[in-house]
Design a protein around this ligand. Structure first.
Ligand SMILES: [Zn+2]
Length: 213
């Protein structure tokens, strides 16, 4: 039997309801199962629940020609140690605050941009070019957590031409291990110095795992 949780690959969720009543669209209602979140003021882990935040509807990777949307209400937690007892909304690891997509979906869009154009990718994904640029902005800002990477394998450096608005180019640095592409960085621009600086920042023990192409 198909394991729907495994297929979605979104850690820390419980599926509540699946609505496939609309054509080419699957709505998956989930609850997040985390038990705590860092207080946004003091940074301490807090586990006292304080209701839920408003509903989020985020686009996930498509499934057999169907658009997939994950719908959830993030849990809120209250901090007893900070003055005025501030509340913090828990954002699951598979979602980035203020984004209308899951992180997995955003990574897919960036990879689709290689050897394609902004407009093409937007049209094929049923997104506006502005939302594709928004995805790029979020990923450019993201710092890589090297501790989550054990092996780099084949390293690829791809220039993506945007020619839209303020940004002309971004550089995608990715690696491929066992056929799976992983984004290491999305760099603003295409300057050699920026790329060199990033490559220099790869920790020594990981550098050894880069395979010559
Ligand atoms: Zn606090």
């Amino acid at each position: 039997m198909l394991d729907f949780h495994k297929l979605l690959n979104l850690p820390g969720i419980k599926i509540i309801k699946v609505d496939d009543s609309q054509p080419n669209k699957i709505l998956i209602y989930v609850e997040t199962t985390e038990k705590s979140t860092p207080c946004h003021v003091c940074g301490k882990l807090i586990n006292k629940r304080h209701g839920k935040d408003k509903e989020r509807k985020v686009k996930h990777l498509p499934m057999i020609e169907n658009d997939v949307f994950i719908i959830y209400q993030p849990n809120r937690y209250i901090c007893d140690e900070c003055d005025n007892h501030p509340t913090t909304t828990a954002t699951p690891s598979w979602h980035t605050k203020h984004s209308a997509h899951t992180n997995a979906y955003e990574r897919r869009i960036i990879i689709d941009l290689v050897n394609s154009t902004l407009v093409d990718v937007a049209v094929k994904s049923n997104l506006t070019t502005e939302s594709v640029l928004g995805i790029l902005d979020r990923l450019v800002a993201k710092e890589i957590d090297w501790s989550t990477i054990e092996y780099i394998g084949a390293l690829a450096i791809d220039e993506i031409a945007l020619k839209k608005g303020y940004k002309d180019y971004v550089t995608l640095i990715s690696c491929r291990v066992n056929g799976v592409i992983r984004i290491l960085a999305v760099l603003d621009g295409r300057k050699k110095s920026t790329i060199k600086a990033f490559l220099k920042s790869i920790p020594k023990k990981l550098k050894k795992t880069v395979e010559a192409i």
